[in-house]
Write a protein that binds this ligand. Structure first.
Ligand code: HEM
Length: 445
């Protein structure tokens, strides 16, 4: 047997312990200081993870031949994402799925969604009452889900949207992450228990999506939703997605796009309200646009864009882009065996003072008129697994933040900035950013 090469140094403390700690960034930064790049962290029930955050390490991962890797998700993640999901597949299968998905998310196509994003934000905000506190994150979660239902599934009838919304929330809420790890929990106890409940909710949303797929197959003329594009998508053999495969891709888009977008917009709201000069500059940019907020104009505003990019720098909702090695690979001089998990650590890379002076300070100006290399700044990951919805997500972040800020005066309820904590699979602001509406800028239409 070949001698096993030691992995790069690292603590005995497991990754999940650190990510769930009081201040994950502080802990990771302290360990990085101690062990250097790359460092290894143990993981419960899985092979250790080797983390890198220096551009050379991140570049090595993102530029490597995709066949070196498989997804780092546990096999049980297929329970919710589906076996054919772009999340779960590797090699040729993954390439095929991405090729069929990507055209729907091309930057050019986003124009079709700007108005519906703005209107979804206004619909949710119509329920806010002056003087009554609420969690801004609850609002952004509701809106990002409505946007997905309308832009991706093409459902715009109010009653059906409401049913979709409720059923997706139920399916996600009834999913117990432990079933991903422990197959023994995937048992139905005579129709009772968490697994049975999840299956019921999941099957209900599946049936509803199948109805939409059938409707689009019958007629998708003149429609701009992602589902209509996917119905027409063909691979190199001229084959389209089968219904189940299509459902799995669509449900993956919900899982990938809902929490991430909602957390980022909530963070942006918190940050701009803690930085009055930033808020004032943003209002100066938005003010002349009036209540209608033309998406073609809004999404080109340089300071709004800088605010969004700076928020994603400080608080990338997916803090680590992960891969698992299916063959040996050398990372910055360290020979790593097949089976090792690799992680490009955005959380730390985004705070390297060499690239981002005073890295802990929220300073959107650093993104005005300048860009960073994809190995220094990568909130959407990189390489062949870079976020499919990156253009959609940034477009949405700009439209929803602009609409909510241009139409309303909000105040934060907490003096202390929230902690950045792991919720489900992503990071977000603890407490959900409690705010209060102090006034409306325009009369609701
Ligand atoms: C601010 C919002 C978002 C952020 C920060 C974000 C970030 C990310 C990151 C870091 C990855 C992993 C990339 C890698 O491993 O290199 C990813 C993957 C993915 N994202 Fe996003 N995402 C966001 C919103 C969305 C939206 C709105 C959608 C779709 C509607 C979406 C769809 C996907 C998909 C399908 C993948 C898997 C790609 C693959 O494995 O090939 N994301 N995202």
């Amino acid at each position: 047997m070949a001698p096993s090469t030691p992995l790069p140094p690292g603590p005995r403390l497991g990754l999940s312990r650190i990510l769930h700690a009081r201040d994950p960034l502080f802990d990771v930064a302290a360990l990085a200081q101690q062990y250097g790049d790359p460092m290894t962290l143990p993981m419960i029930g899985a092979s250790p993870m080797v983390l890198t955050w220096e551009p050379a390490g991140v570049e090595a991962i993102f530029k490597e031949d995709p066949d070196t890797f498989v997804p780092a998700l546990p096999e049980g993640a297929a329970v919710i994402a589906g076996e054919a999901s772009v999340f779960m597949t590797a090699g040729e299968r993954h390439k095929r799925v991405r090729k069929m998905l990507m055209p729907s998310f091309h930057g050019e196509r986003m124009r079709a969604y700007g108005t519906l994003m703005r209107d979804a934000a206004l619909r949710t905000a119509a329920a806010w009452e002056v003087g009554r506190p609420f969690r801004f994150l609850d609002a952004t979660q509701a809106v990002t889900l409505d946007v997905i239902i309308e832009a991706i599934f093409g459902v715009s009838d109010t009653e059906r949207m409401r049913r979709f919304h409720a059923q997706i929330v139920a399916a996600i809420a009834s999913f117990n992450p432990l079933v991903m790890v422990f197959a023994a929990l995937r048992h139905d106890f005579m129709g009772l228990g968490p697994w049975a409940r999840f299956r019921r909710d999941y099957d209900a949303i599946r049936a509803m999506v199948f109805e939409e797929i059938a409707a689009r197959r019958a007629d998708s003329a003149g429609r701009t939703d992602v589902l209509s594009m996917l119905v027409a998508a063909r691979d190199e053999q001229g084959e389209g997605f089968a219904d189940q495969e299509m459902f799995e891709q669509l449900f993956t888009l919900v899982l990938a796009g809902h929490e991430t977008g909602a957390a980022s917009i909530a963070w942006a709201c918190d940050l701009v309200h803690r930085h009055p000069a930033v808020l004032a500059r943003l209002r100066d940019e938005l003010g002349p646009l009036g209540p209608e907020l033309d998406p073609a104009v809004v999404t080109r505003l340089p300071f709004l864009e800088a605010v969004c990019l700076e928020t994603l720098r400080l608080y990338p909702p997916i803090a680590i882009a992960t891969r698992k090695l299916r063959r040996p690979f050398t990372l910055r001089g360290h020979a790593l065996p097949a089976g090792t998990t690799l992680g490009a650590l955005a959380m730390l890379a985004h705070r390297r003072p060499e690239v981002f002076p005073e890295p802990d300070v929220f300073r959107p100006e650093r993104f005005v008129g300048r860009t960073y290399s994809p190995f220094e700044y990568f909130p959407f990951g990189g390489g062949n697994r870079r976020c499919v919805g990156a253009a959609f997500a940034l477009y949405e972040m700009k439209m929803l933040l602009a609409t909510m800020l241009a139409h309303h005066r909000l105040e934060l309820r907490e003096d202390t900035p929230p902690r950045n904590v792991v919720r489900a699979a992503t990071f977000g602001p603890e407490g959900g950013v409690p705010v209060v509406l102090t006034s409306r800028v325009f009369a609701p239409s």
